[in-house]
Ligand binder design. Structure first.
Ligand SMILES: CSC[C@@H](O)[C@@H](O)C(=O)COP(=O)(O)O
Length: 447
């Protein structure tokens, strides 16, 4: 029976596939292993059902990890009298496909997203400088992933070198400098700033506890590594909360939702299953997704290049549209909801996200389609009152005048290329987080 976890680890990042595989191999069907919110009436029904086919007999349990701050992610299965415990976090982070990050202590690689979907090429990140370069050139992108790559680059640099940082003060100065350079790599997303500042505060506390800089160094490395697992857990919680909200909108087709999303917010934008795309994955796993439409997301085409790749890979029913087709889609296709990610949410709920988000929110309002932001708390910036305080990154004109290296606009044309825009809070139906869903007004009370 020990073979099961190994098969599962190898097979897929997708828990649905894992059970499917386990079922097919062993003549049993496990109905669902999605971690639905505790309040969901479906939860118990789902998690305790093991249907028999052929010689099948078994039981399935969820167990809460001690001190876990999120929904249980350990699956226990009893089949034919044997007992298997599967750590879903390990399964999902051990996937050999569509991983934006490959990290083991001392070794760190990121998927070069500039080459996706044509090639899956990983580049080594040996230093913070490498990470800053990968972030600036958009080899890695997406707010949570930028923070993860930044923090893990600190971990790998500290593990493999920086041996002259022999006292706590030197180490703290080093961390301050490195984190600052990571924060400045791309200014709009707040996740790197928040994770970096949390780390620096933590380091101050640890430094007061012990003068041994090697202890401090190890703690920093472990802290950064833990962020990976937390990000995945947050994504799964966001997925389930968002799916439930969308299913409650009432705008369904035979009980299933049709969703529109923008940019890429999936496993290529996080270290987990994604935020807005995590919601879509959760709907699909619950067999409650009628269809997902997604925009190409000019000028950088994160939708056409990356989201399509993820959706095709998981066989999620999906259709790519031009950015300019969104209003007509809402008028003609019974869209249940729009769900997008966030790079920064301010105190009043104004939300910076990939340019084009604002116009989706305006047209969603016009067509009476609920508009959701799906984002972890690390994307929420309580230090800024409203969207007016957000710095919007301006990018090169080449991204607009060329596609795939081929120039489409005449030389000399003037270009305005903001990478993000700000959607005002009044256009946002709900902000879906790992802690639940909030209206912009409710969110303020949670900060
Ligand atoms: C979970 S990703 C959320 C946002 O970061 C995403 O929607 C987005 O705008 C990404 O922009 P990008 O320029 O590709 O980094």
């Amino acid at each position: 029976m020990e073979i099961f976890p190994r098969i599962l680890m190898k097979f897929s990042a997708n828990p649905h596939c894992c059970t499917d595989y386990l079922g097919r191999k062993n003549n049993i069907t496990i109905c669902a292993i999605s971690s639905l919110p505790k309040s969901s009436p479906k939860r118990n029904k789902w998690i305790q059902t093991v249907l028999g086919r052929g010689r099948s007999e078994g039981q399935i349990f969820w167990s809460r990890q001690a001190n876990s701050r999120f929904e249980p992610l350990r699956l226990e299965i009893k089949v034919f009298g044997s007992h298997i415990i599967i750590d879903l976090l390990n399964i999902m982070s051990a996937a050999d496909v569509l991983q934006s990050i490959q990290y083991t202590r001392g070794s760190f690689k990121v998927l070069d997203q500039l080459k996706v979907p044509h090639e899956l090429v990983y580049r080594d990140i040996e230093s913070v400088k490498d990470a800053v370069d990968a972030i600036k050139t958009m080899q890695v992108r997406g707010a949570p992933l930028i923070a993860m790559v930044g923090c893990l680059s600190v971990a790998v640099e500290l593990h493999n070198g920086q041996k002259d940082l022999t006292d706590n003060q030197l180490l703290m100065k080093y961390l301050d400098d490195r984190i600052n350079s990571l924060i400045l790599a791309r200014p709009t997303a707040v996740n790197m700033r928040k994770e970096g500042q949390k780390l620096l505060e933590q380091v101050k506390e640890w430094s007061a506890e012990s003068n041994d800089s090697s202890v401090l160094r190890s703690r920093v490395i472990e802290y950064c590594e833990t962020l990976l697992k937390l990000d995945l857990a947050d994504n799964i919680a966001i997925g389930n909360v968002g799916a439930e909200a969308i299913l409650n909108t009432g705008k369904l087709t035979d009980g299933r939702a049709t969703v529109l999303t923008h940019c890429n917010t999936g496993s290529l934008a996080t270290s987990g299953v994604g935020t807005a795309l995590g919601v879509i994955r959760a709907l699909h796993q619950q067999q409650k997704l009628e269809h997902v439409f997604f925009t190409e997301t000019r000028p950088y085409n994160q939708g056409a290049r990356l989201t399509s790749f993820e959706l095709l890979h998981e066989k999620i029913p999906s259709t790519l549209i031009c950015d300019s087709a969104a209003s007509w889609l809402m008028r003609t296709k019974n869209v249940s909801a729009v769900v997008v990610g966030a790079d920064r949410v301010t105190r009043n709920g104004d939300t910076a996200n990939k340019v084009g988000t604002y116009q989706l929110a305006v047209t969603a309002k016009h067509h009476n389609v609920p508009f959701y932001i799906a984002a972890p708390f690390s994307s929420i910036d309580p230090s800024i009152e409203s969207g007016d305080g957000i710095v919007i990154e301006q990018r090169s004109s080449d991204e607009v005048t060329s596609i795939g290296g081929i120039r489409i606009a005449p030389i000399g044309v003037s270009v305005w290329n903001p990478a993000f825009d700000v959607t005002p809070a009044e256009l946002i139906t709900g902000i879906v987080t790992e802690k639940g869903i909030f209206t912009p007004d409710e969110l303020r009370t949670k900060l």
